[in-house]
Design a protein around this ligand. Structure first.
Ligand SMILES: C[S@@+](CC[C@H](N)C(=O)[O-])C[C@H]1O[C@@H](n2cnc3c(N)ncnc32)[C@H](O)[C@@H]1O
Length: 267
């Protein structure tokens, strides 16, 4: 994990009770869930349109807490979710259990690394939402191998749709620190985060620090995500290493992040 600014200073204090956890683990998985209630209709629309075009089951890579999974399942689409975070899948499981049987029966999920997939079910669309490709693009050969695994499983006309940040709104090397506090049922929480970007190295690192006070005990967490800033050239290079053909790109302006490009590949 890499820390910068105030987060580096906190880390260097070597406070013994700080838990250093992955962003999609424990406290931060719950935080992700609390921040992902609002779903962009344009985003869901792109996945729905492709699901209807391809007409079969959807494989959602890195489905996490099921932000998109549930949206598709509620519209009668069968979704196979895969994620390597047990804590994110626990949140998905909780939400599925609370859903109607008509939704429940449309969702299955597996705790797997998407770079090492083993899927038995058939599907005609694979999706990688929430710019998660930026977490999976460290090794172009591995990413291309994952794409080709999906290609081989798809029927002719099957598709793979993913999105990535094609232009960051904030071109500074660091964004301002953001903070939220929550208080409910006697639990107090404080969370702050900041993104540090190195455009030369093509990396965007988000640092998080949180405190949770429960029954007079303070829990402290330090976390980090490390994403690739993908250039158009790197993306074309990736696609050229796969058997897919690119059939569409759609750019959506996201007020918080910048330009998000959706790439539609077809077998
Ligand atoms: C930004 S979240 C996206 C969650 C959800 N798909 C959504 O649209 O909100 C990224 C997800 O990718 C998962 N992830 C990251 N690397 C992974 C890998 N190698 N294999 C499987 N899941 C991975 C994380 O656990 C996390 O749930």
């Amino acid at each position: 994990m890499e820390y910068y600014g105030i987060f580096k200073q906190i880390n260097e204090l070597s406070i013994s009770d700080i838990s250093k956890i992955d962003f999609y683990e424990g406290f931060f998985a719950e935080f992700y869930e609390s921040q992902s209630n609002v779903t962009n209709n344009e985003e869901v629309g792109i996945y729905l349109k492709n699901a209807y075009t391809t007409g079969g089951n959807v494989l959602e890579l890195a489905c996490g807490n099921g932000r998109i999974t549930l949206q598709l399942a509620r519209r009668g689409i069968k979704v196979i979710g895969v994620d390597n975070s047990k804590d994110m899948l626990k949140i998905l499981d909780k939400k599925v259990r609370k859903s109607d049987l008509s939704v429940k029966k449309n969702i299955v999920w597996y705790n797997q690394d998407v770079l090492n997939l083993d899927i038995k079910e058939e599907f005609s669309l694979a999706i990688i939402p929430a710019t998660t490709i930026c977490l999976l693009f460290d090794d172009i050969e591995k990413t291309a191998a994952m794409f080709n695994y999906i290609y081989d499983k798809l029927p002719i006309g099957g598709r793979l749709v993913f999105d990535y940040i094609s232009e960051y709104k904030n071109q500074e090397n660091k964004t301002p620190i953001e903070m939220v506090t929550n208080e409910s049922e006697g639990i107090k929480e404080f969370i702050m985060w900041q993104e540090f970007k190195n455009f030369d190295q093509g990396r965007a690192i988000m640092n998080f620090y949180a405190e949770r006070i429960e029954n007079n005990t303070t829990f402290r967490y330090l976390g980090c995500t490390n994403k690739k800033i993908i250039s158009g050239m790197e993306l074309n290079n990736l696609i050229s290493k796969t058997k897919f053909k690119q059939v569409e790109t759609i750019v959506i302006e996201n007020n918080l992040i910048g330009k998000v490009k959706y790439v539609v590949l077809e077998k």
